[in-house]
Design a protein around this ligand. Structure first.
Ligand code: PHE
Length: 416
């Protein structure tokens, strides 16, 4: 590692020091006259007084060590300085070269690490200087590596932005699909929007009053049995709504007639889950309140809906029924759109399919919600979405609608 120039200067220094040693080694014992002072010179290390030749040889050894240290420290300094200039002059350009620089000067087994231990071979007066030098070289290596790294990263970014071809055709994006419930619900809402019904949405966690009592179903009413639901923990007041009729009471309480709303949403009932029934499902509820609203208007509105939804030739029929919140009440059937009334397993060979319940709003409900029953009348209807979606898309198990199996959902991509 030593070059020629440094070799010759070192040689000179060794010769010079050797001369010093001969002289000092020989004269030292004579200069320190007494054995006593010699003993104290050697730091009281000697247990018992020694002879003069011992002191002379000891002096030589001491001087020799002194030279050795001086030569060694010169050598160590030279190595550090060589690394220093190597670091300063390094110009790694490729990624591999930068990595090599890192391994050599910054990595866990870098060449600078052993230099810290070499401090014990440096003569005492130069220890401080040496420590500072080695630390400075280490810092310089780290700083240089950081700068090289940053430069190569930004260069990489530049390259990748140059690679970007804005005119290239895009990667094909896989299209998602609407859920069959959403498709069916949107179709229903669209049809009613066209004849002036506005969408109203309300909370799924309802209180007993809006869901039952206001809808003319007080606590002791037997109709509650058909709509058992889930109550919030430690509460007989708060429940998951059993029908979207709760939206009726909320809207009537907050708006003055005329009211013409369509309320889509999720509802819950304490039902055993099977292929035909689920504890959660969806409904669309309609409510129209104004002066002189008649049963005939309701019939015509629902016929319009049925023909828009299931085809222009669809007919409807109304069967008398019972709901606590409507009087009179009816179930609405449409002619089977699958078999065109010829008979199939969807209509159970009757030619008719039940799609909703409806009726004239019971004056008790209007009164509960603060609407003048002398002035206003209205009709309401409510339908389940799942059954209609299942019929439209020939789905034979209601549970498929809630499992979120992508193999099932993917089949509706073209139905949006
Ligand atoms: N809320 C009723 C149900 O869930 C449906 C309905 C709504 C009937 C409005 C008549 C009027 O079964």
């Amino acid at each position: 590692m030593l070059d020629k120039k440094r070799c010759s200067t070192l040689k000179k220094r060794v010769e010079h020091l050797f001369f010093k040693v001969i002289l000092s080694g020989f004269f030292l014992p004579f200069l320190l006259f007494s054995k006593k002072s010699l003993r104290s010179f050697f730091g009281g290390q000697l247990k018992r007084p020694a002879t003069l030749p011992f002191y002379i040889s000891k002096s030589y050894l001491c001087a020799f060590n002194f030279i050795k240290k001086e030569i060694m420290s010169a050598e160590i300094f030279a190595i550090v300085n060589q690394f220093k200039s190597e670091i300063e002059n390094a110009t790694p350009s490729t990624k591999e070269e930068v990595e090599q620089f890192r391994i050599r000067f910054v990595g866990s087994k870098n060449v600078l690490k052993p230099l810290f231990g070499e401090i014990r071979n440096v003569e005492n007066e130069r220890k401080k200087e040496y420590g500072q030098l080695v630390n400075a070289v280490k810092d310089a290596a780290e700083a240089k590596f950081q700068a090289l790294k940053n430069a190569s990263e930004s260069a990489e970014e530049e390259v990748s932005s140059q690679d970007l071809d804005l005119s290239a055709p895009p990667e094909p994006m896989s299209l998602g699909a609407h859920h069959p419930i959403t498709i069916t619900m949107n179709r229903i809402v669209d049809i009613f929007s066209r004849i002036g019904f506005n969408v109203a949405e309300e909370r799924e966690i309802e209180d007993d009053w809006h869901n039952f009592t206001a809808m003319n179903t007080p606590a002791d009413h037997p109709a509650r049995d058909m709509q058992d639901t889930f109550y919030l923990k430690n509460s007989t007041e708060m429940l998951l709504r059993t029908h979207t009729s709760s939206v009726q009471s909320r809207v009537m309480m907050s708006q003055a007639p005329p009211i013409r709303i369509i309320a889509p949403g999720r509802v819950y009932r304490n039902e055993t889950i099977s292929a035909r029934a689920h504890c959660q499902f969806h409904q669309v509820e309609g409510l129209y309140i104004d002066e002189n609203v008649s049963f005939a208007e309701m019939k015509q509105t629902l016929l319009y809906f049925a023909q828009e939804m299931y085809g222009p030739d669809t007919k409807i029929r109304m069967r008398p029924s019972y709901f606590p919140f409507t009087e009179p009440s009816a179930e609405v059937d449409v002619t089977c759109f699958i078999c065109d009334t010829k008979g199939c397993n969807v209509c159970k060979y009757t030619g008719w399919v039940e799609i909703m319940g409806c009726g004239m709003v019971d004056p008790a409900v209007l009164k509960n919600c603060g609407i003048d029953t002398e002035k206003y009348t209205g009709f309401a209807f409510g339908m389940g979405i799942e059954r209609q979606a299942m019929m439209l898309y020939s789905i034979n198990d209601i549970r498929l609608l809630f499992e979120n199996d992508v193999r099932f959902l993917k089949q509706f991509t073209s139905a949006i």
